[in-house]
Design a protein around this ligand. Structure first.
Ligand SMILES: Nc1ncnc2c1ncn2[C@@H]1O[C@H](COP(=O)(O)OP(=O)(O)OP(=O)(O)O)[C@@H](O)[C@H]1O
Ligand SMILES: [Mg+2]
Length: 462
């Protein structure tokens, strides 16, 4: 199938059908006759090229393009119009919103020509982005320790593509994931890759500040607003003007402040506590939480606020489901921490590596980071390799209490009862047994294709 996706939206069924039939040999084309539904589709599924009719019931083609562009700054828009309205065409072509406008009755050959042309440009851009991505990765870590975002296993590759797509937009982003999965890292990446990168990135941890103080932290206060307010204080929202506001642990925000926040997010205006002057603020909102706010009761988290802050919802997977990224994480964390602590240990012995790769890491990358830090701290400054003995010393307690399918292997490695000479077949068989015979589960944990497991059992793949 083509690497370029096209969404056609026209309220006339025969038009979308004929376009789809004509181009589906070369493009992954989806057709939709309901513009409002198509917007919903776009929120879930990124497309490269959006072909829309100008006049539709519900929402005009231009408005649809405008909304779509907010979701994806790079989406190519092609507008179809049944009205040879010269003014309209002149106007929209001046606007970068529309790449080409085509008159109806539609010349399919001409549409195909324009699609091919945009496809070529999109592929060029992708190639450039690939290069840019490396630069971003380098730059984003350059300020602190030279390491940026790592990983592409499982859902992470898609997630990263979404990050790149939405970073330059002003959409409100909610990042969710278990503790230590990298929510903070993603929030900073979104800022670093946005047009606001040279403006402030202001973080406020709603869970770490006592409830009575959050209000003035967020909104600021005027001198004399309450006893103890002996001077004016700028709120974090105001400080984020023209930059990014990062609300960490947003689920901990008290309900009365959720209401105030909703207004600020909607109107982009704040008022300091005790103040009378509304202050206009322009910020991009990124929020994070490890709680499932979508299912929280209204008395805990306002539904309307949830929808507001989660225009784009990025869900970070647990480290256990990104098994294949583990070695890269391990090596990069060893290197970064060794530098931090002035140690020369940057190598990891194969058996220590196996141990690290077989544990399920319920505390995710943060736990991995802590384990590596503790092992390094105990290391002599002249010793250049982390060994199984080093790792055992800091992991024994954790590994003994977890019950992931893989942790039994970790325990065996520690106890010295795991044989590295076992053939791949035996090893896979082990994993399968530990996964209760569930091939899907075994494949998920190991990142090894399920076909290999089927072959192992001499079963035909399903
Ligand atoms: N993809 C990644 N690449 C490199 N390092 C990462 C990545 N994800 C997380 N880390 C590192 O793991 C540690 C934890 O990440 P982070 O603080 O972003 O997690 P979090 O999801 O915000 O956790 P919490 O919910 O506990 O606040 C940090 O040291 C961070 O640098
Ligand atoms: Mg965090």
């Amino acid at each position: 199938m083509s690497d370029i996706t096209v969404l056609c939206v026209d309220d006339e069924q025969y038009i979308v059908d004929s376009i789809r039939d004509f181009i589906s040999g070369e493009y992954a084309c989806t057709a939709c006759t309901d513009p409002v539904q198509s917007l919903e589709y776009l929120r879930q599924t990124p497309v490269d090229i959006l072909v829309v009719d100008y006049r539709m019931a519900g929402i005009s083609g231009l408005d649809l393009l405008r909304e779509a562009r907010k979701l994806d700054a790079y989406m190519v828009g092609i507008l179809l119009t049944a009205y040879a309205d010269k003014n309209l065409l002149a106007n929209v072509l001046n606007d970068s919103l529309v790449y080409k406008a085509l008159e109806k009755p539609l010349d399919l050959q001409r549409l195909k020509f324009e699609l091919d042309e945009s496809a070529r440009q999109i592929r060029d851009k992708r190639e450039n982005q690939e290069k840019l991505r490396d630069i971003y990765r380098f730059l984003s870590g350059a300020g602190d320790d030279g390491f940026g975002f790592i990983g592409k296993d499982g859902d992470l590759a898609d997630l990263w593509r979404t990050v790149e797509r939405i970073a330059p937009t002003d959409e409100n982003v909610l990042v969710t994931g278990e503790t230590g999965t990298g929510k903070d890292v993603i929030a900073r990446q979104l800022h670093a890759m946005s047009t606001r990168a040279d403006k402030p990135f202001i973080k406020i941890n709603c869970g770490a500040i006592p409830a009575p103080l959050i209000e003035s932290e967020l909104f600021g206060h005027e001198k004399g607003a309450f006893s103890g307010a002996d001077r004016r204080k700028f709120g974090k929202i105001e400080l984020a003007h023209r930059g990014t506001l990062f609300l960490d642990e947003v689920g901990e925000l008290p309900v009365d402040l959720q209401t105030r926040l909703l207004h600020v997010v909607e109107d982009k205006v704040v008022e300091r506590v005790g103040g009378t002057q509304p202050i206009r603020v322009d910020f991009r909102l990124v929020s994070a939480t490890n709680r499932a706010l979508e299912t929280a009761g209204a008395e805990e988290f306002r539904r309307d606020l949830f929808y507001r802050i989660a225009t784009v919802h990025l869900k970070l997977p647990d480290l256990a489901s990104r098994q294949r990224d583990l070695p890269v994480h391990i090596l990069s964390l060893v290197e970064r921490n060794a530098r931090l602590f002035g140690k020369i240990a940057t190598r990891v012995s194969p058996d220590a590596m196996r141990l690290l790769c077989s544990y399920s890491w319920p505390g995710n990358i943060r736990e991995l980071d802590n384990v590596i830090k503790r092992a390094l701290l105990m290391k002599s400054p002249v010793d250049d390799e982390l060994t199984l003995v080093d790792m055992k010393a800091v992991m024994e307690a954790a590994v003994a209490t977890t019950s992931g399918a893989f942790d039994q292997i970790a325990r065996d490695i520690m106890a010295g009862s795991f044989s590295f000479s076992s053939t791949e077949r035996e090893l896979l068989q082990r994993v399968l047994t530990l996964s209760g015979g569930r091939i899907m589960e075994a494949a998920r944990i190991t990142g090894i294709s399920k076909d290999r497991f089927y072959r192992l059992q001499d079963k035909p793949p399903t």
